[in-house]
Design a protein around this ligand. Structure first.
Ligand code: PLP
Length: 440
């Protein structure tokens, strides 16, 4: 029988680090990464045939759980009609209509048009190009600890794998490009105002995760997103809301939907989507005001294109996923997240481990410190060295957590009582392992 170690060794010989995305390598938790051969519902199965309750959910897309039969059937049906045409399809229009409809709340459209691409990285990269094209300016504000994909201008002090590996950014990014990105502390209004003061007439856009979820969860202070829109507009700039991770995951209309239904009366200029919109297939999108989206080629001067953009299989998976993702699904995900996060907190308290759990809807993460986490500096100032022992105790008990303390935990609508019980049963031992851990 082949083991995970065999699979990793073989992969490392031909794939850098043995992985096609860095966090999969278990770099910050150590040990042997899992090599997965299948997944169904709340479970993933590795090369040895062992299954794990999965709290990674493909880093977000698997909202319904893995391999939902209706989503798989939709993809199979689409595949039977051809894999890619390099031409428009009715499904792309249906998906754009569906997304626009889901983001229409009380008659206010959150977005008016949608362009489909294949990855969240492309979506944020294109949103910034639109903002620069629309304003004729070149500087962009982003927040420390927010991750918007791996395009050159957006890697500075980003979260996700860059945080996991403790990197300031990336080699290979020209200083001239990095210099066009201003990185500010999250939830810091004074810093945003000061940036506009210091760079009059130069800032094209503020880009922010709708709720931070790539340095652990960084919940926006109440009214912070609204402040960002207003401040951007006061200075002739645009606000790009990055919902790649939160979109269609935390509610029918993403994080913006949660704020909007809670009475926050603002609309972003541009919104980026990814992950759940493709139901596990490579699909992402840029939505926003029609006058901004119409700047894109072929109508306008801002160029963007993609051989596989709006791929019919990906669109079929996205349509099937969004059609199934109704209020009841979100209710189940919320309930599962609440059960697990509560049990997590109880287990750590019982074991005497200082911790704080941060929430953004059904997304949550733990930080090993006793004060709230409001920004990236807070997230980094924790006893992160407790996480590897915690993570491996959970893995030993058959629960697959994100292999980094700087990531959110993802529940799905398929996490039934049996799956939740396995997680809850594993937590006390893992919490004691975290308590017994010592700094490396
Ligand atoms: N934006 C956010 C908020 C993300 O979480 C991610 C990925 O994790 C991205 C953008 C990039 O998406 P992708 O990995 O599909 O390029």
């Amino acid at each position: 029988m082949i083991t995970n170690a065999d699979a990793a060794t073989r992969a490392r010989a031909v794939i850098p680090g043995g992985v096609n995305s860095p966090v999969r390598a278990f770099g910050s938790v150590g040990g042997t990464p899992l090599s997965i051969v299948s997944a169904r519902g709340p479970l993933v199965t590795d090369v040895t045939g062992r299954d794990y309750v999965d709290l990674v959910a493909s880093w977000g897309p698997a909202l319904l759980g893995h391999a939902h039969p209706e989503v798989v059937a939709a993809v199979q049906e689409a595949a039977s009609r051809g894999l890619s045409f390099g031409a428009s399809t009715p499904g792309e229009t249906e998906l754009a209509e569906l997304v626009i409809d889901r983001l229409s709340i009380d008659g206010t459209p959150g977005i008016e048009k949608l362009r489909l691409v294949s990855t969240g990285t492309e979506a944020t990269m294109t949103a910034i190009r639109i903002a620069r094209g629309a304003t004729g300016r070149d500087v962009v504000i982003k927040f420390a600890g927010h991750y918007h994909g791996h395009s050159d201008g957006l890697l500075a002090e980003s979260g996700s794998g860059v945080a996991t590996l403790g990197l300031p950014g990336s080699a290979g990014v020209p200083a001239d490009i990095a210099g066009l990105t201003l990185v500010l502390p999250y939830n810091d209004r004074a810093a945003v105002l000061a940036a506009f003061e210091a760079h009059p007439g130069r800032i094209a856009a503020i880009i922010a995760e709708a709720a931070g979820a790539n340095a652990g969860v960084l919940t926006p202070d109440e009214g912070f997103n609204r402040f960002l829109v207003d401040t951007a507009h006061d200075h002739g700039a645009l606000f790009i809301l990055d919902e790649v991770l939160t979109g269609f995951r935390v509610s029918v209309a993403g994080w913006w939907g949660l704020e909007r239904t809670a009475g926050q009366d603002w609309v972003p200029d541009l919104v980026t989507f990814g992950k759940v919109i493709g139901g596990g297939m490579p699909l992402a999108g840029i939505g926003g005001r029609a006058d901004l989206l119409d700047l894109l080629a072929p109508l306008g001067p801002v160029y963007q294109a993609g051989t596989l953009s709006g791929n019919p299989l990906a669109v079929a998976a996205g349509l099937a996923t969004l059609r199934l993702a109704d209020a009841e699904v979100y209710g189940r995900v919320d309930a599962a997240a609440s059960v697990v996060s509560q049990a997590l907190g109880d287990a750590l308290t019982e074991a005497g481990v200082a911790h704080v759990i941060s929430y953004a809807g059904s997304l949550f993460s733990v930080a090993f410190r006793d004060a709230p986490v409001r920004d990236y500096a807070d997230a980094r100032s924790q006893d992160a060295w407790r996480y590897p022992a915690f993570f491996h105790a959970m893995l030993d008990a058959g629960v697959s957590l994100p292999p980094s303390v700087f990531e959110a935990w993802f529940l799905t609508a398929a996490h039934d009582d049996a799956a939740l019980a396995r997680v809850i049963d594993a937590l006390p031992v893992a919490a004691r392992a975290a308590a017994a851990a010592t700094p490396a």
